[in-house]
Design a protein around this ligand. Structure first.
Ligand SMILES: N[C@@H](CCC[C@H](N)C(=O)O)C(=O)O
Length: 287
């Protein structure tokens, strides 16, 4: 089979990246789970594939699969990585790319210092009929969860996010409340969950439970959704530094109907060749 891949990460949110332009990459849910397995496979939070674009004017199709094998709409840290990957692999010599995803078009730009800024598109308040300029109660919707009343903000950045403000992100109930909110009926396609501690009008600390991947060290779309929510709460200005467990991202959002700009690093950890698909995790393998 000899399938070439790169192992990459954006702030510790890690990826197995395939060039699906020069080689045929045939993935099934089971193969993705096996690749993502940290003991029986390569190990990653998401598998990413660059493919030829279907529409003119677009450079590549960018496909995203969570570690649980499900294909999803968007991945921000991954967008920075695939932009760098495309250039390093010689698939393009451009610094500015247009990528099509299931969640819409995004535009990464590789900066002279190696960081990448991505225009992530315009966010939407998921499930709300009211325009963003009149946020009303949907901005902090009351939600009964695990016997407690919480206030959440549902934001779509192409993919679904459930954002909550907390006093102390370090103590946030990531692994307990995260999966409950991920599967809450308010989110028919499940959700990524962000616990946001506002530290100042230009700095927030965010911890993330990702749909289909669990606790990760960073989530690019989660950082974008958190700044959108914190701005709708009137807690931050148009530019904020987002502190994630794996490092910082800079997020800019001028307000409703405006696109989000995300800036941060992208790293190639190593390259490798899959000679055969990794074995699936045996049912007896334990946690
Ligand atoms: N880590 C990503 C998001 C990956 C997809 C997400 N888990 C989902 O299911 O929507 C990021 O950096 O945005």
């Amino acid at each position: 089979m000899n399938l070439e891949f790169a192992k990459m990460h954006g702030l510790g949110n890690d990826f197995v990246v395939f060039d699906g332009v020069r080689q045929a990459v045939e993935l099934t849910r089971e193969r993705i789970r096996a690749i993502a397995d940290r003991r029986f496979g390569i190990g990653c939070d998401q598998v990413l594939v660059l493919e030829p674009a279907e529409r003119s004017g677009v450079d590549f199709a960018y496909r995203i699969y969570n570690a649980d094998g499900g294909e999803v709409e968007q991945c921000g840290n991954g967008a920075r990585c695939v932009a760098l990957f495309a250039r390093e692999a010689g698939l393009t010599d451009k610094d500015r790319l247009r990528l099509e995803t299931l969640g819409g078009e995004i535009m990464p730009r590789i900066l002279p210092d190696g960081r990448v800024t991505v225009d992530m598109g315009v966010p939407h308040l998921e499930g709300a009929d009211i325009p963003l300029s009149e946020p009303g109660e949907w901005v902090r919707a009351p939600l009964e969860v695990a016997g407690e009343r919480r206030r959440i903000t549902a934001v779509s950045v192409g993919n679904p996010h459930c954002v909550l403000e907390v006093e102390d992100a370090t103590a946030a109930p990531l692994s307990t409340l995260g999966p409950v909110l991920e599967h809450h009926p308010l989110f028919p396609n499940r959700a990524n969950v962000e616990f946001v501690e506002v530290r100042s009008p230009d700095r927030i600390r965010v911890r993330v439970w990702e749909r289909g991947a669990g606790v990760t060290l960073a989530c690019g779309t989660g950082a974008c959704a958190s700044v959108v929510a914190a701005r709708l709460w009137d807690r931050v200005g148009p530019r904020a530094e987002v502190e994630l467990d794996g490092g910082n991202l800079t997020i800019e959002w001028a307000g409703p109907e405006e696109p989000i700009l995300m800036t941060g690093p992208a790293v190639i950890t190593f390259r490798g060749v899959l000679g055969q698909w990794p074995a699936s995790r045996p049912a007896t393998a334990g946690p």
